[in-house]
Design a protein. Structure first.
Length: 274
């Protein structure tokens, strides 16, 4: 019993130090706002990236959503993962019988370095046939987080979104974003403290119910909220939050695909605002 109490106290101490370190590091990043623009995509060859039986689906996604430039300019991992995202979201919108308007305003809340922005923009522009004008805004709280090569998330986001008409990236707490949108995405929002701590954010940003409510408030009547979750436990927590907020999914489901091998399953939920 004494040993167990000691172990618990040690864990609590380590956890507290982790939160403190995250707070200090985050404040430092926001103070410095380090930038090193000019990141260049690696333009890696895609030969052998996919099994032969997957090539028709890869070709369909590239041709349908105008991703030939992205296929040529991207890295192999980024390209494969972005096609997974595209296929996942396309399936969700199709299953929910979504009809997008001819002119579309969209928000991606918590978009990270936005490696998938070209796939997302292509989906919004071309889903359902034809082509529509899209204003797409990515918002990221920790945009100045450093990556290898002394570049930040924002530096890489600018490289990924280069040439994407109507796309913009904001280094911002989502609760300071004010513009109404017709479709909002929350792709893998943090729902558990361990994830927030592991990704280097202060504990005060673990407010999943409040963030869900706020993003939902930005969605116009007739609009959509699309949420992706990592793993069954996170999906269950997300649906509990939706229920507590009074939101009912129009569709939800699990997505697995050989286009990219993730360790944990991905789930997508679509909510329609009356």
């Amino acid at each position: 019993m004494v040993l167990a109490r000691w172990a618990i106290r040690c864990y609590q101490g380590v956890t507290a130090l982790g939160w403190l370190r995250n707070e200090v590091d985050f404040r430092l990043r926001m103070l410095l706002r380090w930038r090193r623009p000019g990141a260049r995509l690696p333009a890696e060859p895609k030969a052998g990236l996919f099994e032969p039986e997957l090539l028709p689906e890869v070709h369909r996604l590239v041709q349908t959503y105008g991703l030939a430039d992205w296929e040529r300019e991207s890295g192999r991992v980024d390209f494969a993962a972005s096609l997974f995202y595209l296929q996942m979201l396309e399936r969700a919108l199709t299953a929910a019988e979504v009809r997008l308007p001819p002119d579309l305003t969209a928000l991606d809340a918590g978009c990270g370095d936005w490696f998938y922005v070209r796939a997302l923009a292509g989906l919004l522009r071309c889903f359902g046939g034809g082509e529509r004008a899209v204003k797409l805004t990515g918002v990221e709280l920790d945009a100045y987080r450093p990556y290898a090569g002394f570049r930040t998330r924002m530096d890489w986001a600018e490289a990924y979104m280069r040439g994407v008409a109507g796309a913009s990236y904001l280094a911002l707490d989502i609760r300071r974003f004010r513009a109404p949108v017709q479709i909002a995405f929350m792709l893998f929002p943090f729902l558990f403290g361990a994830d927030v701590r592991r990704w280097g954010l202060p504990g005060r940003y673990l407010q999943p119910a409040a963030l869900l409510t706020y993003v939902w408030s930005l969605v116009e009547p007739g609009g959509l909220l699309v949420i992706a979750n990592l793993g069954e436990a996170e999906c269950e927590m997300q649906h509990r939050l939706l229920q507590e907020t009074g939101l009912r999914p129009a569709w939800w489901g699990r997505h697995q695909s050989p286009l990219f091998a993730y360790r944990q399953p991905r789930f997508v939920t679509v909510v329609r605002k009356a």
